[in-house]
Design a protein around this ligand. Structure first.
Ligand code: GAL
Length: 680
């Protein structure tokens, strides 16, 4: 048997589609597969909702239809990823074992009929789930078409409250705290007579009230993260027992997302993402940026390249009224955007629009009519182009000197206790990322627990929960010569979600060189921010009134202005710390201010960047042993004229690898959704 570590088929750069053979008359299959082949489809994903077809009755398995579909793919030289079908337990199973259905926080039952109706703690779900997965793995271990597996589909938290959940939670809490005394202390249950006097009193947060003890609520979320990972581990063991050469991945959905992507990612070979960038013109100013972040987040899960397991192919609709149809060039441009940020294989959802079921209007590459049209043609052209460049791009990856730290614990704690009406953890992360993207600065987005070696700048938004390990690692990063950027709401609590009795930013006060004398939760109110260079900006959400430490080298970079009682007080500071520096942003400044700050850092640290990218234009670099490649993408509906700066300008004077154009001095003109790639 080959070593799975050496099985790198998943690093191939190519395109694919999601296909549901069980939705179509078998007489159509071969024509579909032949057309896929002609259109450049190299991979398909199948199976993730087909449990009732694979096991129509308890223990009665029927894989004949899947055999025939997979054989067809093998015959046409198309590789297959099988999705495990546990997202949709069949009716016979939920009838037999109603405890598979999640109990919602309001006590209601999550009924079958849509999907996702499965409680991860249900022993019967695990038993039956592992059985079907094991059967699949055994049957297809040696199938020539099958290369890997997707676990379940788009995991998310359900806050399921059933009896089994209660028992498992109680156990989890017991393992973590050991005695009721410690538990009561850690959660601060004395408030409102919430003390536990018996383990049986420990239950999930029934009723779902957001005003319950925040320490308890955060632990219930952590518990759920572990349960999803456990549930997945059962399937992974079943697959690996039969298919040691195959890869295993999971397809994450986009934010809002309460899952801890990193925890679920631990056991995977690589991460996958389902990418549906918004097609509406009024979202054009944000969607290419939030999409860029989602792609970087996905790359950060394993700190390696990833797949897109579902990519937008037509007008989305079903869960909401339909969005606009992707206009010519859109499908191609977003494939290149995904590749430019580290996707290797891009699989489109879906081959053809469903003519049955709830998702009839979530359009595929081919319309209901089954007449191949414009979108399939664009897919096929893109696929040919991707195949042509694959030999150059395979083995390359985006390399970054900047990291944004992402933490699902912070996200969840700040969701449980929203700090102000306009304060949103992920939206703020987006803003830092967007500002970097607009400056043409690539960055990694990684779990806040990851080592920081190799980075020169670390942006750590809202490390609200903090412990010694994180504080020391970040302080060391700055003291050893890094640039660290901290923000308001840092060091507020310990990991039990309990406020610390220390001046903020708590454990990072020494590293920041400032303490918070008092704060004002601004919410949506806007306050003036006077920068040291005389420019005026706006800030909102929050205002820390900062006291720079007298014995430190602190530069006050911006002060509050306007008619607030703290006008003139320090809002943003820079601390020379060891061989490095720590910026502390006590407020949430408007994007223009962030831009000026990050530009200054880029200039001082000589980081690659370019000013003057117009809205929707993005650049990124993939590098590896075959060289470094600069991607320039116009993800807007308009022609854009702009100038690339620095190293980017030089690269663009070479011949474009896609269109063959040259842009002498970095002066670019790109049509809507045009893309070009240059050697750097
Ligand atoms: C994804 C899901 C797919 C399909 C698609 C369109 O979230 O994984 O199965 O439903 O959205 O809604």
């Amino acid at each position: 048997m080959a070593n799975p570590q050496q099985n790198k088929t998943y690093e191939s750069i190519r395109m694919g589609v999601d296909y549901y053979p069980e939705h179509w008359d078998e007489a159509m299959w071969e024509e579909d597969v032949a057309l896929m082949k002609r259109s450049g489809v190299a991979v398909v994903r199948v199976g993730e909702f087909a449990w009732s077809r694979m096991e129509p009755r308890d223990g009665e398995f029927n894989f004949d239809w899947l055999d025939r579909a997979l054989d067809l793919f093998a015959r046409y030289g198309i590789e297959v990823v099988i999705g495990t079908p546990t997202h949709t337990p069949p009716r016979w199973l939920t009838e037999k074992y109603p405890d598979i259905l999640p109990i919602l926080p309001n006590g209601g039952v999550y009924q079958p009929g849509v999907r996702g109706h499965r409680c991860f703690n249900s022993r019967e779900l695990r038993r039956y789930g592992e059985r079907i997965v094991s059967r699949l793995a055994e049957r297809y271990a040696a199938h020539p078409a099958v290369i890997g597996w997707q676990t379940d589909n788009e995991f998310s938290l359900l806050d399921s409250q059933g009896k089994q959940v209660a028992e498992d939670f109680r156990d989890w809490v017991y393992q973590r705290y050991g005695t009721l005394e410690q538990l009561n202390r850690a959660w601060g249950t004395v408030v409102w007579s919430g003390e536990y006097s018996d383990w049986n009193e420990v239950n999930p947060p029934l009723g779902g009230s957001p005003y319950q003890n925040p320490s308890f609520l955060l632990d219930f979320t952590r518990f759920q993260w572990e349960m999803v990972a456990d549930f997945q581990n059962g399937q992974i063991a079943a697959i690996r027992a039969h298919c040691p050469d195959h890869f295993i991945t999971h397809n994450y959905h986009s934010y809002p997302q309460r899952l801890d992507l990193y925890k679920v990612g631990e056991a995977l070979d690589f991460a996958s993402f389902d990418y549906y960038p918004n097609t509406s013109p009024d979202k054009a100013s944000t969607s290419p940026y939030s999409g860029a972040l989602s792609l970087d987040v996905t790359r950060g899960v394993k700190r390696q390249n990833f797949w897109i397991m579902e990519q937008l192919s037509g007008s989305p609709g079903a869960w909401m009224p339909m969005w606009r149809m992707p206009q010519p060039g859109y499908i191609r441009a977003y494939v290149w955007q995904a590749l430019s940020r580290g996707a290797d294989t891009v699989v489109h959802f879906r081959w053809r629009s469903a003519n049955i079921g709830a998702e009839q209007f979530w359009h595929g590459l081919i319309d209901h009519s089954n007449v191949p049209g414009r979108r399939l043609a664009e897919f096929a052209e893109t696929s040919a182009e991707v195949q042509r460049l694959a030999p150059l791009l395979e083995g390359t990856t985006p390399e970054a000197q900047i990291a944004i730290l992402m933490s699902h614990e912070q996200l969840e704690a700040l969701r449980i206790q929203k700090q102000t009406d306009s304060f949103d953890y992920y939206e703020n992360v987006k803003e830092y990322h967007r500002t970097l993207t607009k400056l043409g600065m690539g960055c990694d987005v990684i779990d806040w627990r990851q080592p920081l070696e190799g980075y020169r700048v670390v942006i750590a938004p809202h490390l609200y929960l903090l412990d010694d390990e994180a504080a020391e690692r970040l302080s060391r990063f700055a003291a050893d010569g890094g640039t660290l950027l901290l923000t308001a709401r840092t060091g507020v609590k310990n990991l039990n979600n309990v406020c610390v009795m220390q001046p903020l930013p708590g454990l990072l006060a020494d590293c920041a060189g400032v303490t918070v004398r008092e704060y004002d939760p601004l919410g949506s109110d806007v306050v003036r921010l006077d920068a040291e260079d005389g420019e005026q900006y706006a800030c909102s959400q929050w205002a820390d009134i900062l006291d720079p430490a007298a014995d430190r080298r602190i530069e006050v970079m911006a002060r509050y202005g306007g008619p607030v009682f703290f006008a003139g007080e320090a809002a943003v500071t820079r601390h020379e710390f060891g061989r490095g520096e720590t910026y502390y942003l006590g407020t949430h400044p408007e994007e223009d201010y962030l831009r000026s700050l990050l530009l200054r850092i880029a200039q001082e640290r000589d980081l690659p960047h370019t000013e003057g990218l117009p809205a929707g234009v993005q650049v990124s670099v993939r590098a590896g042993s075959s060289g470094a490649y600069l991607f320039v993408l116009n993800l807007s509906r308009d022609t854009r004229r702009f100038r690339l700066g620095g190293a980017y300008a030089q690269a663009s004077s070479g011949e474009g690898l896609l269109g063959g154009r040259r842009y002498g001095s970095g002066e670019m003109e790109m049509k809507p959704y045009e893309v070009e790639i240059f050697r750097l």
